[in-house]
Design a protein around this ligand. Structure first.
Ligand code: ARG
Ligand code: ZN
Length: 874
């Protein structure tokens, strides 16, 4: 039966302190846990603890070994008779880390000979380590003692402060860690093995001396410095922006190549997928550097938004994740370019979250029920959740938001909180009722915001009517009106912004304002508008909605040329490209196409737009976004149309102009990571791709030269992808070279798989099948699976959706294999079936059959079963 939000009950038993002793070894590890128990006097249930796949070796209550009839262990619950308030329960269990391929609980990273041991507990991994009330509202003080062979496990780490270490006389040693901050079990972590570290001293704004340590295996320790710098920047930023200081004497960060997710914020001992920690110019692209910076920040920021204030239950997951994503986005915007960061985040939302909200996997940011919580670490909970925090922050303004956050942290420090606690604190600190925003957390689906403007020439007034509608989602047929803040400006024909005199508003007029739609429909009147304006709506993407405004091509072209809001300028180019796409698809007039080509070729020629923004302007929306608009999706056709559009753009700009710009940008090639250098590389890549489309004879040799002489990975991978995608004669040699050069570099090799898996078209599957036979391919490593299978099913629509359904059969087969090894990874990959209901009839039928078969299989994990059952719904 699924777990339900409305069935929440406070725990009947809590754990005040816990002492954990680990006798660590690769094949078997033994764990002793002493739990100091507190009983809720208002509840009468017997003591029940979670525990999965645990081999119970011994059990005592208050010092006495329990007879077999005094406890029962079945269905992942240990029930114990006779426990009282203040009792101490001691259990000893045996684990098998080397056999743990699910990478949840205690597991082995790497080989039995050379690898190391580590844990992943969020959400419910701790119950794979010991018996415990494994829920986030049980917060305990942890003391952890690790014992292991000294040669095999020279480094022993756990969360908290170091609390002693020593040598045992049997060749083993021990180390103890004590965490003074009570924490939920999902934040527990240990790491043991042969690891190297880099170290930095840090003093917090409050004056606490902290040792920062980043750990990795020896071969990659020289790639950890960038993460260390990013960590220091994050710590300073949180002090300055939120007044939040770090609170232990040490902060450990560990890199592993075997990790299900991006990273994990365990108290005092963050664990990272190496992909988001290691960075060096020879193996990391500019994008990857930025990801390292943002994930380091994200996990660090969790120390307050997640650890000091945690979640009452997993339905509140967005309380920590949405908030922490928002905090990370603000940090990254401050470190890099605000409008570029916004463009990236909104594109991600549209590519990953909108499809979720529009299909059978739709769920509210605070879901009402789940069967497997790991399936709810979704774009909705993370990215849409961050958009909701952004709306609240915008509503309160920077000072009001800070006031609210201060109150939120002060009131909830040490607590397991709810989203009501969050909105309550933000509101009360500002004497405002934010209650209406709670509806956003409970309602799935992306609202449509319909906007319509009427200009009254005689009165010189402009009436903007806003109307909202959220389509029904599975299990939620009825939707209510949500508060939707719309940031806007009005432009005259010359592209100048008008001062806004909003009816009923007394503040001094500005060129930008925010109106909030609070009902199904509302009209806002602006006075003193000199001419019929072109509205720039939803600036900076002020609410996570789909805007419907009947722009014509001329209006969009005007915004594309003149809107100083970098985000909306880009948005105008996206809208215009979409209109052009529709014209091309329907074979109608080509006003929008002409306007798009014109505006972009002029911007390109003038060369006064910031290069990174220009690169984004020159990129049409993704195939996934366009598929979202269609009732009967043919991915091959969308791909072909998008290619055609880009070819026309390249032709309009002109091969010669592209070539010259490429040479100019290539001449300035450097390894520098500053924003201007990254921006030039980004534009250079876009120019190269466009040139490949119309003049391969010129472009391919340029790409081959760029590949051979690239100073760093951004240029090297860019060139390789350009060669591959234009099917250049030079591609095979470059691929072979890359394969060999990076044979011992797992993260670089992942990109070799990824680049090939993403080459569009019907032959992609054959390529993937060949790549699976490469000696370095394995289903056991999540990064490798993502880079080949993930890239194929998610980032290659025309390849995966092969007309004969072979892509679907292939995915189903791999899902079954993967599920036996790692259910979390299998379930995540299975979401690639999302949206099959809107495919054109042939593909739809092929997908339906495959999904039916999968749903009817026996023995699937709870993870995969839930996704397949949900995605299957008509
Ligand atoms: N809390 C981690 C983060 O910072 C994600 C952990 C997710 N783990 C999982 N098994 N679902 O986002
Ligand atoms: Zn997080």
């Amino acid at each position: 039966a699924p777990t339900r939000l409305d069935a929440y009950r406070a725990p009947a038993w809590r754990v005040e302190t816990v002492e954990l002793d680990f006798d660590l070894a690769i094949d078997t590890t033994e764990v002793t846990a002493r739990l100091h128990l507190r009983r809720d006097p208002a509840q009468t249930q017997p003591l029940r603890l979670d525990g999965e796949n645990l081999e119970l070796l011994s059990i005592t209550l208050d010092g006495t070994t329990l007879p077999p009839d005094a406890f029962r262990y079945a269905s992942n619950v240990l029930e114990v008779d006779g426990a009282r308030d203040g009792s101490v329960l001691e259990t000893r269990v045996r684990l098998r880390p080397a056999a743990n391929t699910a990478l949840e609980g205690l597991y082995l990273s790497g080989s039995a000979e050379a690898g190391f041991l580590l844990t992943q507990c969020e959400a419910e991994g701790f119950r794979h380590i010991t018996f415990f009330p494994d829920r986030p509202d049980v917060q305990a003080r942890y003391t952890v003692t690790l014992r292991a062979d000294r040669d095999r496990f020279p480094v022993l780490l756990a969360g908290g402060n170091p609390d002693g270490a020593g040598v045992l006389d049997d060749g083993r040693h021990w180390a103890r860690f004590a965490d003074p901050h009570p924490k939920p079990s999902y934040l527990f972590a240990v790491v043991a093995g042969r690891l190297q570290s880099i170290e930095r001293d840090y003093v917090t704004a409050e004056g606490r001396a902290v040792t920062l340590k980043i750990w990795s295996e020896a071969d990659v320790i020289d790639r950890c410095d960038y993460a260390m710098d990013a960590l220091e920047r994050s710590m300073r930023w949180d002090e300055q922006t939120y007044g939040r200081n770090y609170d232990l004497d040490v902060f450990h960060v560990v890199a592993t190549h075997d990790f299900n997710m991006g990273a994990m914020e365990n108290k005092g001992l963050n664990i990272f997928n190496a992909k988001y920690l290691l960075a060096d110019p020879d193996s990391s692209t500019d994008d990857e550097y930025r990801h390292v910076e943002s994930v380091i920040a994200h996990e660090y920021f969790h120390n307050w938004s997640g650890n000091r204030v945690t979640c009452r239950d997993w339905f509140q997951l967005s309380l920590k994740e949405g908030l922490t994503v928002f905090r990370e986005q603000s940090f990254s915007a401050d470190m890099n370019s605000t409008s570029l960061k916004r463009i990236e985040d909104v594109s991600l939302l549209r590519r990953a979250q909108f499809p979720e909200d529009a299909g059978p996997l739709a769920h509210p940011v605070r879901p009402a029920q789940y069967s497997e919580i790991n399936n709810f670490y979704t774009a909705t909970v993370y990215e849409k959740g961050a958009e909701l925090v952004r709306m609240l922050a915008g509503r309160l303004g920077p000072e009001g938001f800070r006031r609210g956050m201060d109150l939120y942290f002060a009131r909830n420090d040490g607590r397991a909180a709810t989203l009501e606690d969050f909105l309550g604190a933000l509101g009360e600190a500002n004497h405002t009722d934010l209650g209406p925003y709670l509806a956003w957390y409970g309602q799935a689906g992306t609202p449509r915001l319909h906007a319509h403007g009427e200009y009254d020439e005689a009165r010189r007034s402009y009436a903007l009517t806003l109307r909202q509608h959220t389509p029904a989602t599975s299990g939620q047929p009825q939707k209510q009106a949500l508060p939707i803040p719309v940031k806007l400006a009005l432009f005259d024909d010359d592209g100048r912004m008008t001062a806004l005199h909003l009816d009923g508003q007394t503040a001094k007029p500005q060129t930008e304002c925010v109106v909030v739609l609070e009902a199904d429909e509302q009209t806002f009147i602006f006075r003193g508008v000199p001419t019929a304006p072109v509205p720039s709506l939803l600036r900076g993407f002020s609410a996570p909605v789909i805007l419907e405004y009947d722009y014509d091509a001329t209006e969009l072209a005007l915004l594309l040329r003149h809107d100083p809001d970098g985000f909306n300028r880009w948005e105008a180019s996206q809208q215009l490209a979409t209109l052009a796409y529709v014209e091309l698809r329907d074979g109608g007039a080509s006003h929008a196409l002409e306007a798009w080509l014109d505006a972009l070729s002029v911007l390109f020629a003038h060369n006064d737009v910031e290069p990174a923004l220009l690169a984004n302007l020159l990129t049409p929306p993704s195939e996934v976004e366009w598929a979202e608009r269609e009732a009967s999706v043919d991915p091959a056709r969308i791909h072909a149309l998008r290619q055609q559009l880009q070819r026309q753009l390249a032709e309009r700009i002109g091969a010669e102009a592209l070539h010259q710009r490429y040479l100019a940008l290539a001449g300035e090639a450097s390894l520098s990571l500053d924003a201007a250098s990254q921006a030039r590389r980004r534009l250079k890549q876009r120019v190269l791709e466009l040139l490949c489309l119309i003049d391969p004879g010129v472009a391919q040799p340029l790409a081959a030269t760029q590949y051979a002489s690239a100073p760093g990975m951004t240029d090297r991978l860019g060139a390789l992808m350009a060669l591959l995608r234009s099917d250049a004669a030079q591609a095979p040699a470059a691929l072979a070279h890359y394969r060999q050069r990076y044979a011992d570099n797992a993260l670089a090799l992942d990109k070799w798989f990824m680049a090939q898996a993403q080459v569009p078209g019907e032959t992609a599957l054959d390529r993937v099948l060949t790549l699976e036979r490469d000696a370095s391919f394995t289903l056991k490593n999540p990064n490798r699976v993502q880079s080949l299978l993930g890239a194929f099913v998610r980032a290659n629509p025309s390849g995966f959706h092969r007309a004969d359904g072979a892509g679907y059969r292939f995915l189903a087969e791999r899902l079954v294999q993967l599920d036996a090894l790692n259910p979390q990874v299998a379930a995540r990959l299975a979401t690639a079936f999302n949206g099959w209901q809107r495919l054109e009839p042939g593909r739809r039928e092929a997908a339906r059959r495959v999904i039916e078969d999968l749903a009817n299989r026996e023995g699937l994990s709870r993870n995969l079963r839930e996704i397949v059952a949900n995605v299957r719904k008509q």
